[in-house]
Design a binder for this molecule. Structure first.
Ligand code: ADP
Ligand code: MG
Length: 682
């Protein structure tokens, strides 16, 4: 099918008339860079001006339309005071207020005694309803002139609604009818509209966006298919090549065992065996290691890595945050001590000078094991002989980032992804293609369930007692607050304030860490916590992923009702990693919504991440698209694993009919979802 007519969609926004450098910057903030990005930015809501409201049914803060008679002017002759017009519906009054509109203009559009239709946001000021600077004023016999329903877009500051709407309508007008990657027949069968009409409908809604509407479903399907195609292609490349078998004798492993104090669980042992078989075979490993928080995935990865290093290959380990990367680095140094393995770390805060040295050594093969954040897949990082890539907390990375890193490895490289986020079976294929999966179900044996308590904010005296006891017992505590600065709008507690408060109770024992600290300062605080110089670490959710402090046995989570289930489970997983009794105390503000109550109850009842993930999906409200994204799986913007289950299955079936002969048809689809690296290979 001919797609050329829609090629303008892939040009930069600046090629659109009316987009200068200023507007371009605003659009960039909204992540609109190419013209096509306008299409993806769906309205978040609608405004309905079609209904005329009675003056006794007004709702403050809402945009409403009223039909009134103009009864009186008030034009104060004092600077800065606005002009006012009193309008009436029978005995009821409303003030229409104008800043910066001259008297003459107001007299013209609102003649005394005339019936008019006015639309705007309803305010309440000094005992009167009012509309300030109304959006529309029309003569009452002209109702149809008023745009009845129009979509609302989230805009960045500076970008005017009118400007945005104009640009968008230009884009929509240019869409080409015939350009579609699907056949008519397919569209009809699935009740999808063609490409053009899908977007026209989505941007001219007659009701709030509905993720089960045919138009939304088409978009979700496009997204799922583009993901599947990417993975399908990546996987195929991996399958085709036979890699060099890696040879090792487990000579490092016995030594490694001496460097940690516990015994591996049977489950960990069997997973290590699976991985070892893959590594030493001639097929490239493409494996996902799933295991709940605290199930001990790190040691499994480190043991596998040691074998690969023994076989004379380099290994890369990527983690989503600097904190976690640093911790892996420290851990690896300990686990590999006296083995003669050379380990380095690269993150955003590695100095340029250090980076150069590391890059040089890496190229020469003088580094065996490189750990880092996403800084690892920068172009200038080149390995001599990369044989194994491990991606920890993989759900924090997108497909694109994963593929980028995997490409660094070349044909002999094995890949292991690790995640604590359980993935619903419906999404497995679309997220990972037909990847092999290892699961750690068993937790280390001595580990007890974490005692989980839920408390209202005003009943916290017991918490202080518990903290006292823990500190006397030389145990450590996380105290999690959602935001770092007091915000008037949102009722979050401030970590900074909390820090000061706790310091009053426990001087010299409290540290504070949050997103605004630079990485160096973060590291200092974490180091002090690790060395037990600090007993209580007040933090924002920066500690959420991955980190491991076995000596911390209490976590207090404030405003727990504001967090999603999976996030709470992740946070709770930061404690109970040693052999002592561990506590998670969730504090909530007075009014718990029913859903929040349910969430906290589920957490109190179970420590099992898989059960929690299932419940999480179940209690998400209808149309709550955000919920799933919050749970950490970032790959989908539109598709929803529950509501669009059938589309996931449909895509999996249809992918079988896409082959070298017809894949070209989908090149625009892939471009739409920024899968360009794949297109070069088609
Ligand atoms: P996760 O799977 O969440 O990444 P980690 O690998 O960070 O978990 O392990 C959590 C903690 O459990 C660490 O302190 C680790 O040393 C410890 N651990 C791992 N395996 C075992 C085991 N078999 N027995 C006891 N402790 C273990
Ligand atoms: Mg981990």
């Amino acid at each position: 099918m001919n797609l050329n007519k829609n090629d303008f969609l892939f040009q930069e926004v600046s090629s659109l008339k009316g987009v200068g450098s200023k507007i371009k910057k605003y659009l960039e903030k909204k992540k609109i860079e190419k013209i096509k990005d306008f299409l993806w930015d769906l309205p978040y809501s609608i405004v309905d001006r079609s209904k005329i409201s009675k003056l006794d049914k007004l709702e403050i803060g809402k945009i409403m339309t009223i039909k009134v008679v103009v009864s009186k002017y008030n034009f104060p002759r004092i600077r800065n005071l606005p002009n006012k017009v009193v309008c009436q519906e029978n005995e009821k009054k409303i003030h229409i207020v104008f800043f910066n509109s001259p008297e003459g203009y107001i007299r013209k559009i609102l003649p005394i005694g005339n019936e008019v239709i006015i639309s705007g946001k309803i305010n309440f000021y000094k005992k009167n309803y009012q509309i300030t600077n109304p959006t529309y004023i029309k003569k009452s016999d002209n109702v149809s002139d008023i745009t009845k329903i129009f979509p609302k877009y989230s805009l960045t500051e500076g970008l005017k609604e009118k400007t945005y709407r104009n640009l968008l309508s230009k884009v929509l007008k240019k869409l080409d009818e015939k350009s579609d990657w699907y056949e008519e027949k397919f569209l009809k069968k699935n009740k999808f509209n063609n490409f053009k009409n899908t977007f026209l409908n989505l941007h001219n809604p007659d009701k709030e966006i509905d993720i089960n509407s045919n138009d939304y479903r088409r978009l979700a399907y496009d997204e799922i298919l583009s993901n599947l195609l990417t993975l399908y292609k990546a996987r195929k490349n991996i399958r085709i090549f036979k890699k060099k078998k890696k040879k090792f004798t487990n000579k490092f492993i016995d030594k490694i065992y001496k460097n940690f104090s516990y015994k591996l669980t049977n489950n960990q042992k069997s997973v290590i065996k699976e991985i070892n078989e893959d590594i030493s075979s001639d097929k490239r490993m493409f494996r996902l290691l799933q295991g709940d928080v605290g199930s001990g995935k790190t040691i499994v990865a480190l043991i596998a890595a040691a074998n690969v290093i023994e076989s004379n290959h380099q290994v890369a380990l990527m983690a989503p945050t600097e904190i976690l990367a640093t911790q892996h680095y420290e851990n690896a140094k300990k686990i590999y001590s006296s083995l003669g393995i050379s380990i380095e770390i690269i993150t955003g805060s590695t100095s340029n000078q250090n980076k150069l040295i590391i890059l040089e050594k890496l190229k020469k093969g003088e580094i065996d094991f490189l750990i880092g954040t996403h800084a690892l897949f920068q172009k200038k990082i080149n390995f001599l002989n990369l044989g194994f890539i491990i991606i920890d907390e993989q759900h924090k990375f997108g497909v694109k980032q994963r593929i980028k890193l995997a490409k660094k490895g070349g044909d002999n490289c094995d890949l292991l992804l690790m995640s604590a986020t359980p993935i619903p079976r419906t999404m497995m294929m679309s997220l990972f293609g037909d990847m092999d999966i290892s699961i750690i179900k068993e937790k280390p044996q001595y580990r007890k369930d974490i005692i989980t308590l839920v408390k209202p904010e005003n009943k916290t005296s017991e918490i202080w007692q518990l903290l006292n006891k823990q500190i006397l017992d030389n145990q450590q505590i996380f105290w999690v607050c959602p935001l770092i600065e007091e915000s008037n709008k949102l009722d979050f507690s401030s970590a900074e304030k909390k820090y000061k408060l706790i310091k009053n109770y426990f001087p010299d024992k409290v540290g504070l860490i949050h997103g605004k600290l630079n990485d160096h300062d973060k590291k200092i605080v974490l180091d002090r916590f690790l060395k037990k110089q600090i007993k209580i670490l007040v933090s924002t959710t920066v500690i959420e992923v991955g980190i491991d402090f076995p000596n911390a046995n209490v976590i207090i989570i404030e405003n727990a009702n504001k967090f999603g289930l999976s996030q709470l489970h992740q946070l709770r997983g930061r404690v109970g990693r040693g052999n002592k009794e561990a506590y998670c105390i969730m504090i909530y503000k007075n009014h718990l919504s029913q859903n929040a109550r349910k969430r906290l109850q589920i957490l109190r009842k179970t420590n099992d991440g898989f059960v929690i993930a299932e419940e999480d999906l179940k209690i998400r409200g209808h149309g709550d698209i955000l919920g799933f994204q919050q749970s950490g799986i970032k790959n989908f913007r539109f598709a929803d694993p529950i509501h669009h289950k059938d589309l996931f299955i449909l895509a999996e079936n249809n992918i079988k009919f896409i082959n070298a002969n017809n894949i070209k048809k989908y090149s625009n689809l892939l471009k739409f979802f920024d899968r360009t690296e794949l297109i070069t290979e088609i």
